[in-house]
Design a protein around this ligand. Structure first.
Ligand code: FAD
Ligand code: EPU
Length: 335
C-alpha cells in the first residue's frame, strides 16, 4: 500500500470541484487500515465522494475505501443476511440482490456511493431507508485501532442521520455492513411518489423487485442530474421537519405549501418546493446554480470552486429563511 503525496481530489468527488490531499492512500484489506493507523490518523475517509463538498485542500491523509466482498452469513427459507464490504458500490449491490432474488433495497436503486457510507446518513429514497434492512456493521475504532460491531440500536438512525454523523463523528472506519433481505413474500413498496404511475406507464404486468427497481431508476434519471454530466451531490439540504402547529401558521400564509405528515405531530416540508418558491429553480449563478428539474440539487456547471457552491447554498438558506422563517440544514458533508 502506497501513500501518495499531493493528490488531486477532483476525480474523487461527484461535485467535480478541485481540491488536493496532502497524502492519499487506497485500502482493499482491513489489515491495510490497521497498517496505516500505525503511521498516521486519517483526516478523511472517502467512499464515492457523492455526499461531500470540498471547500479547501485536505491538509492530511485521505483514505479511499476499496474494501470489497459479498458473503451470505445466515439464511433460512424466508430471508438471508448478507455481509457487504464497505467499499462495494451501493447500486451494484442493489442490482446483485435483485439478480439473486433478495428483496428490500430495490427502492434504493441508483443512489451513488459506497456500502460503507450508507449507514452514515441512513440513506433513503422512495419510502425505504437503510435502517429498514440493516442488521449490523463492523467498524475500526481509529483511536484504539480495534474492530467493533455496531448493532442496529447503537447506530441511532434517524432521517439522514446516524451516530456516525453526530457523537461518534470521525471516530470509526466502517469496514462492512450486514443487511437482512427477503427471499420470498417481498414487501413491495410502491406507495411513494410516482412509482405507481411509472409502473403503469412501463406497462408492468408482474410486479416484482426488478420492476420496482426499474421504475425507481426511470424516475431518478428524469429528475436528478447524472454527476458524470453535471457535478452535484444529490439533495444539498435536508427536508425541514416542523411541528404541525408551526406548519399550520405557515400554511395560512402560504396555502400552496406541500407537506408530508410524520408521526408525533410532525410535518416534513420539501426543501425543493421552498427553494423553487424563492425563484432559484434552474437558475445559473456564475459556475453554479440549481438543477432545472429539482431545485434542491445544487450543480457545478463546470468550473465551480467549493466556496462558490457554498456561497450559493448560503444565499439559498438566507432567502428561504427570509420568506418562510425556516432554516435549511445541509445534508452534504462540507469540508
Ligand atoms: P462519501 O461522499 O465518500 O462520504 C460521505 C461521508 O461519509 C463522509 O463524511 C465520509 O468521511 C464518510 N464515510 C464514507 N465512507 C465511510 C466509511 N467506510 N467509514 C466511515 N466514514 C465513511 N442520498 C440518499 O440518502 N438518498 C438519495 O436518494 C440520494 N440520491 C443521490 C443522488 C445523486 C445524483 C447524488 C450525487 C447523491 C445522492 N445521495 C443520496 C447522496 C449520496 O449518494 C449518499 O449519501 C451516499 O451514501 C454517499 O456515499 P459515498 O460513498 O459517496 O460517501
Ligand atoms: N418539489 C418542488 N420543486 C422542486 C423540487 C421538488 O416543488 O424543485 C416538490 C415536488 O413536486 C414534490 C416534493 O417537492 O412534491 C418532493 O420532491 P421529490 O419527490 O423530488 O423529493 P425530495 O423531497 O426533493 C427526497 C430526498 C431524495 C430522494 C427523494 C425520493 C431528501 C433531502 N431528499 O427528495 O434524496 O431521492 O426524496 O425519495 O430527503 C438525497 O438525499 O441526496 C436525495 C436525492
Amino acid at each position: 500500500m502506497e501513500i501518495k503525496q499531493n493528490v488531486a481530489l477532483k476525480p474523487y468527488n461527484t461535485f467535480g470541484v478541485k481540491a488536493r490531499a496532502k497524502q492519499f492512500a487506497e485500502v482493499s484489506e482491513v489489515s491495510e487500515i490497521l497498517e496505516l493507523l500505525n503511521i498516521q490518523q486519517p483526516e478523511l475517509i472517502l467512499g464515492g465522494g457523492s455526499n461531500i463538498l470540498f471547500r479547501k485542500n485536505i491538509d492530511g491523509l485521505v483514505v479511499k475505501n476499496n474494501l470489497k466482498g459479498k458473503e451470505v452469513i445466515n439464511e433460512d427459507d424466508q430471508s438471508v443476511e448478507v455481509r457487504f464490504g464497505a467499499g462495494e458500490n451501493w447500486h451494484e449491490c442493489v442490482l446483485w440482490c435483485i439478480e439473486k432474488g433478495y428483496g428490500g433495497i430495490e427502492n434504493l436503486s441508483l443512489i451513488p456511493g459506497t456500502m460503507g457510507a450508507a449507514p452514515m446518513q441512513n440513506i433513503g429514497a422512495y419510502g425505504v431507508e437503510l435502517k429498514d434492512v440493516f442488521v449490523s456493521l463492523e467498524a475500526i475504532d481509529l483511536e484504539e485501532k480495534v474492530a467493533h460491531t455496531f448493532a442496529h440500536t447503537e447506530c441511532e438512525f434517524g432521517y439522514r442521520e446516524s451516530v456516525f454523523k453526530t457523537t461518534l463523528k470521525g471516530q470509526y472506519f466502517i469496514t462492512s455492513v450486514t443487511l437482512r433481505l427477503t427471499k420470498t413474500n417481498h414487501q413491495l413498496n410502491t406507495e411513494y411518489g410516482a412509482i405507481q404511475q411509472t409502473l403503469e406507464k412501463m406497462n408492468v404486468q408482474n410486479l416484482d423487485i426488478k420492476s420496482i427497481s426499474d421504475a425507481v431508476i426511470q424516475i431518478r434519471q428524469s429528475k436528478l442530474p447524472d454527476p458524470a454530466d453535471l457535478g452535484n451531490a444529490g439533495s444539498f439540504f435536508k427536508n425541514p421537519v416542523l411541528l404541525k402547529s408551526q406548519f399550520e401558521v405557515l400554511k395560512a400564509l402560504h396555502p400552496d405549501m406541500i407537506s408530508y405528515d410524520l408521526p408525533d405531530d410532525y410535518v416534513k416540508i420539501p426543501a425543493g418546493w421552498l427553494i423553487e418558491q424563492c425563484g432559484w429553480k434552474g437558475k445559473q449563478i456564475g459556475n453554479t446554480g440549481t438543477y432545472k428539474s429539482q431545485a434542491l440539487v445544487i450543480v457545478n456547471h463546470g468550473r465551480a470552486r467549493g466556496d462558490e457552491i457554498w456561497d450559493l447554498a448560503h444565499q439559498i438558506q438566507d432567502t428561504v429563511h427570509a420568506k418562510f422563517k425556516i432554516l435549511l440544514t445541509p445534508e452534504v458533508n462540507v469540508l
